[in-house]
Design a protein around this ligand. Sequence first.
Ligand SMILES: Cc1cc2nc3c(=O)[nH]c(=O)nc-3n(C[C@H](O)[C@H](O)[C@H](O)COP(=O)(O)O)c2cc1C
Ligand code: SF4
Length: 400
Amino acid sequence: MEPQHKIIFEPMNIGEIQLDNRIALAPTYVGMGDETGMVTDQQLCYYYTRATGGLGLVIVEITGVTGRFAFIAGRGLGAASDRSIPGLQDLARVIHWGGAKAFIQLAPGHGAQAMSHHKRRPLVGPSAVPALIQQDGLPKTLQGIAKTSPERPRPLEVEEIIGLKEAMVRAAVRAKRAGFDGIEVHGAHGYLLCQFTSPYYNRRSDDYGGSPEKRWRLSLETIHGMKETLGKNFVVGYRFSAREWIPGGLDLPESIEMAKALQDAGADYLSVSQGCYGAATHLFPAGEDAMTEDAAAIRKAVSIPVMCPNFQDPDKVAEAISNGSVDLVALSRALLADPMWAIKVKEGRAAEIEKCKRCYQCVRAAIVDHVPVRCPVNPRLGFERFDAQSFPRPAIGQGG
Ligand SMILES: Cc1cc2nc3c(=O)[nH]c(=O)nc-3n(C[C@H](O)[C@H](O)[C@H](O)COP(=O)(O)O)c2cc1C
Ligand code: SF4
């Protein structure tokens, strides 16, 4: 290993969970589920391959907790009923077999960004504010998103908001029963929870809107409810867009205050992202290292671990950790393009990393076409189930 990369492979703790190193798979919807949200063999093979690539942590993609409201139809994951537990159990198990710790990202809904949704499920949000969609500066591959015409959502009733919080807690209980080591609450990227925290989307004047504290309330109550129910040692983290990058949207100074409140509510780590569909090129930057400064500002304000995505170059990862900007990094596209990223860095073969070329095909599959994700740099992505060699038999006793 090159000496400057050593710091990436230092173990660390999130709550009581020890990670072998500072590289996580960022939650990344890959569209490999079935239409009912149950775990498929292909998903097991995809996640197993990522875990065997030498990651300290795998954070499983956005997972739904209720089918009551409109969501982005696709081939995602669900934890809305006990029927999902056996599949989730297999998922946690293969990630552990691969050598990583396993968290799962839970989301109460897509809110006003649930485009092309099932018409029988109501489109809801904190307020009747349609989703903003970026129009200018989109890469050619993503231009299809600018053609969607967002509808006006129905504001949620207070009882429905409380119901969503309870659905989040119930799904977290299922994930814990399935053997996951932690939960990530998805408060980022303009989806429902992010819309509640957003001064642009949340125009309510009841207990769930008005002041910043009331906009954050659903997020804080969700974390609090999970910690109370799951026990204080079970990891609950929170992902948010430190800046939405839309006019009147959530911005860094308020995000720093929110980060402190999330820590006080019991969050064990924070995952700092940016953007929403109104600012898709901030959510999926063309370059790298675009979120590190915000993560550093947030890390200064809290004492729990902080991570952020948007890295490819291991030198930049090592620098961000060693200069105290982040505790660990969450790689998304870098690991779609090359699941062996971490092993290559560890073995001093960083030059052999197959680099994501920012063609945006995966993003288009995920948020425009709602089809399984494929990658021209890594033709095996989506076909991991055919790679029999990637499955060494786990040692006896590693059943969970
Ligand atoms: C295909 C795709 C699907 C994604 N799905 C999720 C998701 O399920 N949850 C989430 O919080 N972020 C999701 N993201 C955002 C990534 O986690 C990450 O924040 C973003 O891609 C920037 O990091 P990167 O430069 O490492 O790709 C997704 C990104 C891509 C490319
Ligand atoms: S090369 Fe293209 S499809 Fe592959 S991860 Fe990068 S942006 Fe996505």
